[in-house]
Write a protein that binds this ligand. Structure first.
Ligand SMILES: Cc1cc2nc3c(=O)[nH]c(=O)nc-3n(C[C@H](O)[C@H](O)[C@H](O)COP(=O)(O)OP(=O)(O)OC[C@H]3O[C@@H](n4cnc5c(N)ncnc54)[C@H](O)[C@@H]3O)c2cc1C
Length: 338
């Protein structure tokens, strides 16, 4: 296992922030995990487990050790007439797994096409899009505990999945390396089409019973028209989570802003569209240094090519303060500040 010193992280985060890592190691196999166990006490702390850096903002140089997860492999481990169980190594690129499923007619993650992620990180915040969440197909998460180096298998219900949340963002935060995930996909159609403009796109294209290729192609096009490609314009997707407020709070805010966009979560709580809050506060296009709110997508902060991490942090704080002052709502970042 290679240990590198003073490595630039510019190509390891989708914002393209040029922070320097004191120490950088790459995990490509179980052997590398075993090697890590032998040297862990000599490595500078703290540790940060890094996937593709699509949800990470390096706010400064990293004085500890970056553990970059790059183990690969997609293996079918069991199947019956209805289901197929596939074990995928954590360093696999998420979209490669979606393509694998589409090519083999396995259902369950098609609406999550083009989410920039490693497979391991998909479980961390329970990635979701177009009415689907990864928790619906995760069967077991396998991880190595960084203290004891024991391998643990956590079944779906023990992962405490929630909206953009899981046990890995709470109790197990920075304490484990997810090494692989076992997914349970369906061999029959379980398409979810009633979200966003999927149905209207299908009608436009005269498609009556769509297949996986058609659905992923439609979602790919919708996403490309809405979210800037991080390879072209640095960004980390949705910067803020949609805030959840009570029925009482919703009533107060609706009196003032009848057009507010919201969705029921349960009888007493409602998810507010953070993008609406930001857009209605006239913050689209707002720029600090090289960081700006995307002109079409209020939830996306972009690097205009010369943003420093400080620019992004300042802009994030400005948005949070403006939203608090205007609506008395606290925004929380989806992006992880390091
Ligand atoms: C253009 C764009 C669009 C996006 N669209 C969506 C969307 O539609 N839906 C959505 O949910 N998200 C979306 N995101 C956010 C992002 O794709 C997800 O958060 C994704 O899971 C991040 O994966 P990553 O490998 O880049 O994680 P990283 O940023 O590298 O890491 C994220 C977190 O996971 C931890 N981690 C990573 N790998 C491991 C591991 N193997 N073991 C333990 N901990 C680990 C890290 O320590 C960190 O806490 C988008 C981002 C971008 C840039």
């Amino acid at each position: 296992m290679k240990i590198q010193k003073n490595i630039s992280l510019k190509n390891y985060n989708t914002f393209g922030i040029d922070a320097i890592a004191n120490t950088f190691i790459q995990i490509e196999s179980q052997k590398h995990i075993n090697d890590l166990k032998l040297i862990i006490n000599q490595l500078p702390k703290p540790f940060y487990i890094l996937g593709s850096g699509a949800n990470t903002l390096f706010t400064k140089d990293y004085t500890g050790t970056i553990i970059f997860i790059n183990n690969k492999g997609i293996n079918i481990i069991e199947e019956n007439n209805n289901d197929i169980f596939v074990e995928v190594q954590a360093g696999e690129i998420w979209n490669d797994l979606v393509n694998f499923c589409v090519n083999n007619n396995y259902y369950g993650i098609e609406n999550l096409v083009e989410i920039p992620s490693t497979v391991g990180a998909s479980a961390i915040q329970n990635i979701g899009a177009y009415g689907m969440e990864v928790k619906e197909t995760i069967h077991t998460v396998k991880y190595t505990d960084l203290q004891t180096f024991k391998s643990v298998e956590l079944s779906n219900t023990k992962c405490e999945f929630d909206y953009r949340n899981s046990i890995f963002k709470n109790k197990l935060k920075n304490k484990v390396i997810i090494t692989s995930i076992i997914f349970k996909f369906k061999k029959y159609s379980t398409l979810k089409l009633n979200y966003g403009s999927i149905n209207s796109e299908l009608k436009n294209q005269n498609i009556i019973s769509p297949n996986l290729k058609q659905i992923t192609s439609i979602i790919r096009n919708i996403r490309a028209s809405k979210i800037p490609d991080p390879k072209v314009i640095g960004n980390a997707g949705s910067f803020f989570k949609n805030p959840i407020i009570s029925k009482h709070e919703l009533k107060i805010i609706k009196n003032k802003y009848p057009n507010i966009i919201y969705y029921p979560v349960n009888n007493n709580s409602f998810k507010i569209a953070a993008a609406w809050l930001i857009e209605n506060a006239n913050l689209k296009g707002c720029q600090i240094g090289g960081a700006a709110v995307h002109k079409d997508q209020a939830l996306v902060i972009i690097n205009k090519g010369f943003a420093t991490a400080t620019d992004i942090v300042k802009l994030s704080n400005h948005i949070k303060n403006s939203i608090r002052n205007l609506y008395n709502i606290n925004l929380h970042t989806e992006v992880i500040f390091i």
